[in-house]
Design a protein. Sequence first.
Length: 187
Amino acid sequence: MSADMLAQAFASTAGVLAGVEAQQLDGSTPCESWQVRELVNHVVGGTTYFAVTAESGQAPSPSETDFCAGDFVSEFNKGAARAVKAFEAEGAMDKMMKLPFGELPGGAFVNIATIDTFTHGWDLAKATGQSTDLDPGLATQLLAIAEGFVADSFRGPDGQAPFGPKVEAPAGAPPADRLAAFLGRRP
């Protein structure tokens, strides 16, 4: 994985964020414990979280900011640019990064950041009635990566485990829907 793939995931999710309307913020999402507002805040705050972690090697406290009260697309784009720059920095992929669940090299953490950003973009698209057929090439690559590291021990009920139980994607489903299903969403 590389900062280039992270930039692609940010671009995909930025397009979805631009389609989120104010009246949709209280709607439900495929992440049962979050409404659209909470998911937008997670995605936008995640950009700075990823950037600070890559810059410093230490995960910051999650943001409590309500980005939905302002221009969340601009905030997302600003944080995304910072995160890509941080992961492109010399040595960032080899730097050990301290996260709440353990220490990982930047090259592994960028995988998590990329899959998180892209998949939550899918969640927002699904929740707001947008197309979920997001960047098929990137989705195919991310599914292969996720299949290599998402163990059954990481799966469980929403809010209690990072990923839900695998769901069977419909035959012929686009790659982003297959990734979402692998990560526990219903396409």
